[in-house]
Ligand binder design. Structure first.
Ligand code: RET
Length: 297
């Protein structure tokens, strides 16, 4: 009787997915199998920490409010990044997800805590935290270009839309087709961001007299940001020609340039040209007119 019940339980348990705990993921990251992936996270924690210290030091004498706002927005980027990577490295914002039928990684398993678990590691925390860090990058760029509140708002909401729908694409396990549908919605939002950056803000920066630095940062941003959807599509979330650790290194590498190097170039310019920034008409909307706050000089 007891044996039959135990056998029934064992059969039932086979059909249930094993619960993967944060500790399982943490142990995986500390093991040889997870070492490469773990390193891609800790490199960014270290660089984000150094960037925070450096940027605070660089900004110690900045007094103009507009220059200070650019500093605060830019400083938020490594602050969000260190939190994001700490979430991933601790196993808090990573899960094992079973890919839907038709997906190239469907049926894959991963060894966790000595057990073979169905699914692949998904670092969904990345997409979530991009929704906080990328708006800060865009705010800093929009301010540098002397743009107006309408364009800054448009770029930022489209960008948040891009990150949240990218998160939905990564977390959808019911249908392979719908994962790609989310991906294309995210790309549509991304096109809006690219348009504002390449067309609207480029023109505003000419008027504001910041075209040179803006163009350098614009090219760096556009080229690096294009890498993210490409690696999403090639990586474990997409057609899975790259494994999880390589995809994570690709994102980590893009992050180093798109965040820390970008921020350093921007802040160094702001420190050296504080009077140019201060000379931009106050309020958001100086360069192109039509902003919420009219120029007062
Ligand atoms: C996803 C997948 C869906 C399609 C698109 C994407 C774009 C992501 C981008 C991310 C940029 C991140 C940065 C982070 C810095 O903290 C979500 C990968 C278009 C452009 C710069």
């Amino acid at each position: 009787m007891i044996e039959t019940a135990a056998a029934d339980l064992a059969v039932a348990a086979q059909g249930l997915p094993l619960e993967v705990t944060q500790t399982d993921i943490w142990n995986y990251l500390q093991s040889d199998d997870g070492a490469l992936l773990n390193l891609s996270l800790w490199v960014n924690i270290a660089l984000a920490g150094l960037s925070i210290l450096l940027f605070v030091f660089m900004g110690r004498n900045v007094e103009d409010p507009r220059a200070q706002l650019i500093f605060v927005a830019t400083l938020m980027v490594p602050l969000v990044s260190i939190s994001s990577y700490t979430g991933l490295a601790s196993g808090l914002t990573m899960s094992v997800l079973e890919m839907p039928q038709g997906h190239q990684a469907a049926g894959e398993t991963i060894m966790l805590g000595g057990e073979e678990v169905d699914g692949v590691l998904t670092m969904w925390g990345r997409y979530l935290t991009w929704a906080l860090s990328t708006p800060m990058i865009l705010l800093a760029l929009g301010l540098l270009a002397g743009s107006n509140i309408t364009k800054i708002f448009t770029a930022i909401v489209a960008d948040i839309g891009m990150c949240v729908t990218g998160l939905a694409a990564a977390l959808t396990t019911s249908s392979h087709a719908l994962r790609w549908f989310w991906y294309f919605i995210s790309c549509a939002f991304f096109l809006v961001v690219l348009y504002v950056l390449l067309v609207e803000w480029a023109a505003d920066a000419e008027v504001a007299g910041t075209a040179e630095i803006f163009n350098t940062l614009k090219i760096l941003t556009v080229v690096m940001w294009l890498g993210y959807p490409i690696f999403w599509a090639l990586g474990a979330e997409g057609i899975a020609v790259l494994d999880v650790a390589i995809t994570s290194w690709a994102y980590s590498g893009l992050d180093i340039i798109a965040k820390y190097i970008f921020a350093f170039l921007l802040l160094r310019w702001v420190v050296d040209n504080e009077s140019t920034v201060a000379g931009m008409a106050s309020g958001l909307g100086a360069a192109s007119g039509g902003g919420a706050a009219p120029a007062d000089d």
